[in-house]
Design a protein around this ligand. Sequence first.
Ligand SMILES: Nc1nc2c(ncn2[C@@H]2O[C@H](COP(=O)(O)OP(=O)(O)OP(=O)(O)O)[C@@H](O)[C@H]2O)c(=O)[nH]1
Ligand SMILES: [Mg+2]
Length: 649
Amino acid sequence: MKITFGILAHVDAGKTTFSEQVLYREGVIRALGRVDAKNACMDHDDIERARGITIFSDMAGFTHGDNTYYLIDTPGHTDFSAEMERTLEVMDYAVLMINGTDGIQGHTEAIWNLLERYHIPVFLFINKLDVISASYERVLTEIRERFSDEILDFQGISLKKGNEAALTDDFIENVSDWDETLLDKWLNGSITFEDLRPAVVSQIKNRKLFPCFGGSALNGEGIEAFLNIFYSYTETSYPVSAPFRGRVFKIRYDGHGERMTYLKILSGILNVRDSLSADEKVHQIRIFQGERFTALQTASAGDVVAVTGLRTTRPGQGLGECYDTVVPALQPTLQARVLYSSEIPDRAILQMFHILEEEEPGLSVVWEESLRQLKVNIMGKIQLEVLEQVVLERFQTKISFGQPEIIYMETVEEPVTGYGHFEPLRHYAEVALRIEPEERGKGITFVSQCHVDRLGINYQNLVRTHVFETIHKGVLTGSEVTDIKVILVDGISHIKHTEGGDFREAVYRAIRQGLMKAKNLLLEPYYSFTILIPDPVTGRVLTDITKYSGRFEAPVPDGSGRTVIRGQGPVSSFMNYGEELMIMTGGKGSISMVFSHYDRCHNEAQVIDHYQYNPSEDINNPSCSVFCQKGTSFVINWDHAEEYMHTLR
Ligand SMILES: Nc1nc2c(ncn2[C@@H]2O[C@H](COP(=O)(O)OP(=O)(O)OP(=O)(O)O)[C@@H](O)[C@H]2O)c(=O)[nH]1
Ligand SMILES: [Mg+2]
């Protein structure tokens, strides 16, 4: 059996320290490394060691008994949460760690929600219990209240034969509520661990039971108890005698510039020299143990490997008969301009960033030709500092970044129908697209209500493709349009003159024409935050949250002189609040923030004014239509275009 498990938590909870303990016990490493001593096996990158935080997910394969395990250590800093989210694609089980002193942070909550989204079974580990202010019971109560009452204390439960009496009522009730016979056995006192095992395994796997442990990763306490249960109550099955299927979850270039595709084999076998696409062959198959790797000739279902020789793979890609994954939940909310010496050719910088984008697709590198500017999307400022270092180390090039700006989005508040016509000489396409507000966070959806007798199915499919193939720019600030439902109401092609690309022009123009008429709405990103402060400053912090257009739940004093405040607020006004809080509390207060969602912008007029975007002057995104009469083409502005449309006749 092969099992992949990931260690997840907010920053500094002790994930790498915990991983180190597991790998030491399993003989993967000979001596225990320390994050603080800069010799932890899983934080082997120079930048990670210098900063003392994990930036890249790393894995280590080992065997225990008859089974193979792949442990993945993930970054906890929210700026690197995209890297963390990608690993969820291949995880069979997650170990969610919580700092026993601080309890649930904004990011812990975000991870818990992600684990639900990806249907991953979870074990919990409350860490740092060696610290005096830490409390296992307090955190357990908190996570049971906020996350799930199916989180059960497994600390005191020793599932050894003869120990049956140690089973708690909570545990038995949870495990037996799906099986009457188990409950009967419990009631008449004849239950054994053997009876329970299949039930426990399946409850955990189906996310109906979340075993919770506690200890100190630093001192190696509680690890053994966790591992004993983990090894006994986890199961997977991956079919080896089936065609090859795999899932790519990470691209990384090694120290020699070799491109590595990290993938999990979901079924079948992968051999060196297998070809995965027309002209790409597997060159090497590597199983990693931190920095070190072993090269294999063959790997099989359940294995997590890094493969060289593939040039076009991308994270999330399905290989073989396997679907690609959906858009990640955690998206960058900031954009920054890359600054570099005028002596470096633009092309060279662009090339470097395209390589970095292969590893981190969230960067969405854009080269704006008219401004000769290179921009990247990012999660936060620490990510920018790390990118500067990475570019210096990997490409020996010094770059810096401009002040990060918020990534705004636009949508419509009310339905509108947009028309687009494209008919230069010997071309023809026309569409009418209804644009309706869609649920927040849904992105763009498409349906056709146009009869195929009116517009052939091939052209309707083209319309759909053109709706999704590009980022449509809004008319308020030129930001990306999202959360709209596009309905193809009507369309006309020409038997002779419609050519490839004509419907593209018509679709783009129709959406833009609709937006020019629509009641548009500017959206901005919001954080979920958890603020931890000394009690006396609570009033001041609540005033700040209101001043910054945030919302908060009732503050909760934690009984030790500190108060926890949870809430949400615009990224634009909260992104620098951490520094303010540090100064206000003399370093005793902290805020943990994580992207939550996009919603109505709190200062729309101000932002629109700042952008000074004139949609009529944006020649790359026209809202006009092109018509033709008596062999002559002419352009009609969006506000008169409907008078000429054929679909309206
Ligand atoms: N007292 C105490 N300190 C711990 C414990 N576990 C980890 N630490 C310390 O907490 C700090 C962070 O530990 P890491 O293992 O790097 O935490 P992490 O979760 O991997 O951090 P990121 O990867 O950056 O998110 C280090 O200084 C560790 O020595 C523990 O059980 N008790
Ligand atoms: Mg770490």
